[in-house]
Design a protein around this ligand. Sequence first.
Ligand code: NAD
Length: 328
Amino acid sequence: MDLNNVKNLINELRSKLNKWGHEYYVLDQPSVDDLEYDQTMHKLIQLEHDYPELVTLDSPTQKIGGRISEKFEKYIHKKPMLSLGDVFSYDEILNFNKQVAKETGTEQNAYFAELKIDGLSISLHYENGFLIDAVTRGDGVVGENVTANVKTIKSIPLSIPDKRRTEVRGEIFLSKKEFEKINNEKLIAGEPLFANPRNAAAGTLRQLDSAVVAKRNLDAYLYYYLCEENLTIKSQTEALEYLKYLGFKTNSESILCNNLFELENYINEYTEKRTQLPYEIDGIVLKINDFNLYEKIGYTAKTPKWAIAYKFPAEIKSTKLLNIFPTV
Ligand code: NAD
């Protein structure tokens, strides 16, 4: 392909991804499925890898998804909220582990494996034991302050038994049952339906009327603990135990995998089980368990290098009901 053709193709892929990103993150109204988005993104990543002189700072490959709505007060994250690199096969996980091994000195790395809940990330700030701010990821640097809405979520504690300044992050989601209930109500009211539970959760959390949010039964799993004064918690296993002690809901399906064999078994198990879970997951997140290795393994501008998301092959998510009627 000559350079002009490559440039044209890159521009075409970028404009598609920008349009789809806007529909997904800002309007909560995707027009293509995640698989098509992911494949297009990977085509662009490959081209930019082959022609590094064509990479631009505003390329969708360089940005963390979400945008910030004017409806909410802006909040600058104390620590950027990154995205995750993704892989689509076990072979790619092995390659990822080889990259990690360059820093850890061994391929025998212990990973904490968690379900990748298909919702939207949230950052919760506690001071003197009280929830003071709840913020969306936004573009990773600046998020939206959605505290009033988050306070309606019953599984998020308004106070915790620790007075130190603490940040907790996790995923807000809607169960499959709640999603169906909301869409049935919308159907009866003649309103456009939500495309999937992720979009329904994102659309609900960014409602201006907290009373509407309160009725929707959003839920949350928390998986990230940050307290600068903490000196004792040194692994993801310990962090989740402490989050549980503080009163947060953590996902009980997560496990520590001491080797790649255990990891492969876990992935196979949840590839089978995923449709039986009461909430949607779109993959498995693998995180190096030992926090001391985080800085050593490092970060890219957009993702940590010590974690990766394995994405499941796409499944047909829409129900009959959703095929017939327009969606938002
Ligand atoms: P991502 O959702 O693929 O992965 C990162 C996110 O995973 C984190 O920010 C966090 O919110 C979430 N997560 C869930 N469980 C987690 C856990 N246990 N530990 C850590 N994180 C966890 O990345 P992204 O940047 O938010 O979104 C990109 C993806 O969104 C794309 O790969 C695509 O699938 C989808 N998308 C779809 C469209 C579309 O039009 N269909 C458009 C844009 C994006």
